[in-house]
Write a protein that binds this ligand. Structure first.
Ligand code: NAD
Ligand code: DAU
Length: 361
């Protein structure tokens, strides 16, 4: 029986991961979710598991060394760390880089240090079976040319451009340093863009769904021809479970579903799907059309194209994405249809201020 310490479990991917793991392993695992509950953390995402015997939530900041130390001391059975906690939005990193360095670089170092202290034996080796997975991003590799034959491999040199990707690249380097220096039992996964339930509406897909449903403009940056490689969040969770339990220690695995799409096409599919899914007598149906699309000023330093080569995780671990985009986007839209209260709660207060300062449309 494994005890997982999940950081950032109240965020988008972290909460999906906790649901995925309990669905798969039931009472055979324990999960301790450590989250500071920033604007991106939401315990509503975990309502259905909060009373589960194997689940514990601890509010703590990963940069707070003594709080994290205490969690390891109080829970000596922790033998898995899945580290999601991070500042994750590129646009915010362009405005306030410092907090990205603080959380993503310093916070990751604190997590590594505390896990090392908890798991290290007198001879410098580590307790049998303990493993740390650092969840990272394809953005560390930089930007690919507009050419369908170029991909990010695990061997692609790091070339981050935004403060977000630079902070994630730095955190990856610290993890690599722990593996090289101490033989610390870790892995890194570098995944492409995720979408699915519980994603905060500052990111492209939930922002467009929310705006379309409310008859608001759909702000497309630049020429709309930037390419992202979209993966349904559950497929990312499956990859993380495989890597932490079956992956070769010290290895990096790229995760992506070969689903590269131009932003403008994503927006058009969202409009088309919402239009199709709304009932004929739903008054919102009339305003969900291409006229909502509006091109706005480009993101500073906007990476042109991301595309993952997932060959290694496929061949070594047998990972395959299960949810294709057309199905995944309908499931996602349906989730937002069914969770209007969730959206209302997360878009009240500070979100409005953020939106108004980011977008003039
Ligand atoms: P998110 O912003 O939705 O969630 C981040 C979570 O971390 C929140 O619950 C927040 O409260 C928590 N957190 C932030 N700072 C903290 C701190 N100092 N201490 C403790 N908790 C803190 O992010 P996400 O989209 O779920 O991404 C999770 C991880 O996956 C990140 O490391 C991100 O870099 C990586 N990633 C994301 C994507 C994507 O498409 N979203 C793709 C690849 C990798
Ligand atoms: O590639 C993985 C990364 O994907 C993760 O590491 C990040 O945490 C995650 O936020 C995401 O980064 P992106 O910057 O690619 O995602 P975002 O949803 O912010 O934007 C996707 C694309 O859509 C990007 O080219 C910018 C564009 N965009 C975004 C927003 C919010 C718009 O055109 N308009 C918008 O309003």
């Amino acid at each position: 029986m494994h005890t997982y310490l999940v950081t950032g479990g109240a965020g988008f991917i972290g909460s999906n991961f906790i649901h995925y793991m309990f669905k798969k392993y039931g009472d055979d695992i324990r999960i301790i979710n450590v989250d500071a509950l920033t604007y991106a953390g939401n315990l509503e995402n975990l309502k259905s598991v909060e009373d589960k015997k194997g689940y514990t939530f601890i509010r703590a900041d990963i940069t707070d060394k003594s709080a994290i130390e205490r969690i390891f001391t109080d829970n000596p059975d922790i033998d898995r760390v899945v580290h999601f906690a991070a500042e994750s939005h590129v646009d915010r990193s362009i405005r306030t880089p410092e907090v990205f360095v603080q959380t993503n670089v310093l916070g990751t170092t604190v997590m590594l240090n505390c896990a090392k202290a908890a798991w290290e034996l007198e001879d410098g080796s580590f307790k049998e079976g303990c493993r740390f997975l650092h969840v990272s991003t394809d953005e560390v590799y930089g930007s690919l040319p507009d050419d369908d034959s170029a991909f990010f491999y695990e061997t692609t040199p790091y070339d981050p451009h935004s403060p977000y990707s630079a902070s994630k690249a730095s955190s990856d380097m610290i993890v690599k340093a722990y593996m090289d220096t101490y033989k610390f039992p870790a892995n890194i996964t570098n995944c492409s863009n995720n979408y699915g339930p519980y994603q905060f509406p500052e990111k492209l897909i939930p922002l467009m769904i929310n705006n379309a449903l409310n008859g608001k403009k759909l702000p497309v940056y630049g020429d709309g021809m930037n390419v992202r490689d979209w993966l349904y969040v559950e497929d990312h969770c499956k990859a993380i479970d495989m890597v932490i339990n079956k992956g070769r220690l010290f290895e990096t695995y790229n995760v992506g579903g070969h689903n590269e799409m131009h932003n403008i096409d994503i927006v058009r599919i969202i409009i088309e799907s919402i239009h199709d899914m709304l009932a004929d007598n739903d008054e919102r149906k009339a305003h969900v059309n291409d006229e909502l699309i509006t091109y706005v000023e480009d993101r500073k330093g906007h990476d042109r194209r991301y595309a993952i080569a997932p060959d290694k995780i496929r061949s070594e671990l047998g990972w395959e994405p299960e949810t294709m985009f057309r199905e995944g986007i309908r499931k996602t839209i349906q989730w937002y249809f069914d969770n209007t209260e969730w959206m209302k709660n997360v878009t009240s207060g500070d979100y409005q201020k953020y939106y108004e300062s980011m977008y003039s449309v």
